[in-house]
Ligand binder design. Structure first.
Ligand code: NAP
Length: 340
């Protein structure tokens, strides 16, 4: 049986431990908090709670401690495993591990929630999410293969890049949006809470912990500052077009963004190949009626999601099926457009 350790059993570490257990791995758990370890053990998230000196005999160690502690922990794990275990981390910034003296494969699952801690962990957190795999100067090819296999077993989508590429790209699609969400709340929200669904959708991530995001901003500062400047320039162009009454340019700017976003909507990574968006009414029993139709026609629903915002999706219920045959039958049954 494979033996793998997870150090730091919070949202990400706990979710990795659960996903490993589902894949038949014997999981050792390390955490600084005894209550967290007890919770993980009683919830069958780990097989054994150990200290950092109990990691010998593991094939691999996932380091999932808070971002600012990652490098120190990787070094500490390297000191006890002496090159016998692959060490892989999950930190949101990858430049922090450059030059580290360890048998390292960098990793960053592009999944999470606004919540943290072991109680927020779930086995399917990484399903269909991108998972960046990062090679450092001393990373071994066979260790990349090993981590890639585990990432695939967790149903995530591995993508390979250098630490610098990762930090540039993560700044644009993850770090910058968090900065914007926080600023927008500060700028627009009034005491009476007057909002609409657009504001709520755009600012959901402003509910994330400010200490964590201060650490991300500190550790990826140059990229984020550069992207903030680029974004301010984009906003200034939009403002100038509006201010000058240049509606042709203004509309073209919005159109270009809408078209790009629409392409993304139907290639979203978390959709499997056989996913249908249904426009159901918000009324008692509407999900039950759809489910009954599927059941009566022998179509197995493998995933179901209620979409709070219908924007760009054209439906409030998203259903996934597992096979092409079921997909085609559902399309015929509900007279839907084939969007694959
Ligand atoms: P988290 O929920 O706060 O979990 C961190 C865990 O590490 C906690 O259980 C913490 O215990 C434990 N810990 C702290 N110091 C430790 C130590 N010295 N030894 C052992 N365990 C220790 O944080 P998270 O959100 O899972 O983030 C962990 C890593 O994942 C970070 O590097 C972050 O950049 C990365 N990441 C986060 C997300 C996200 O959305 N949250 C997404 C992708 C990647 P205590 O509770 O007692 O402090």
């Amino acid at each position: 049986m494979r033996k793998i350790a997870v150090v730091g059993l919070g949202l990400i570490g706990g979710s990795i431990a659960l996903a490993l257990k589902q894949n038949g791995v014997y999981v050792l758990g390390v955490d600084s908090d005894a209550q967290t370890l007890a919770y993980a053990k009683s919830g069958n998230m780990i097989d054994e709670a150990v200290g950092i000196d109990g990691l010998n005999g593991c094939e691999a160690v996932f380091v999932c401690v808070p971002l600012h502690l990652t490098r120190k922990m990787v070094e500490a794990v390297a000191a006890v495993t002496c090159g016998n275990a692959i060490i892989t981390d999950v930190a949101s910034v990858k430049g922090i591990l450059k030059g580290v003296n360890a048998r390292i494969v960098g990793g960053h699952p592009m999944a999470g929630t606004e919540k943290s801690g072991v109680t927020a962990a779930k086995s399917h957190l990484f399903e269909n999410a991108f998972y960046a795999i990062v090679r450092y100067e001393n990373t071994r090819e066979e260790d990349i293969q090993y981590v890639t296999e585990i990432v695939k077993a967790m149903k995530a989508k591995p993508v390979f890049m250098t630490a610098d590429e990762h930090d540039k790209r993560a700044s644009k699609v993850s770090h910058l949006p968090h900065m914007l969400a926080y600023s927008l709340v500060n700028y627009s929200l009034t005491e009476d809470g007057f909002t609409g669904s657009g504001f709520m959708d755009t600012t959901r991530i402003a509910a994330s912990g400010e200490q964590f995001w201060t650490n991300v901003a500190r550790l990826n500062r140059d990229n984020i500052v550069s992207d903030l400047s680029g974004y301010i320039a984009e906003l200034t162009s939009l403002k100038d077009e509006l201010d000058n009454g240049d509606y042709e340019a203004f509309t073209a700017r919005l159109r270009s963004a809408r078209e790009k976003r629409e392409t993304l909507a139907y290639n979203r990574v978390y959709l499997n190949e056989y996913t249908l968006d249904l426009d159901v009414k918000d009324e008692v029993g509407s999900i039950l009626r759809v489910a009954e139709q599927f059941a009566q026609n022998g179509i197995n629903i493998s995933g179901i999601q209620i979409i709070n915002s219908r924007e760009g999706v054209g439906g409030a219920l998203r259903i996934s099926v597992s096979t092409e045959q079921d997909y085609n039958r559902a399309i015929d049954l509900l007279n839907l457009e084939d969007k694959r």
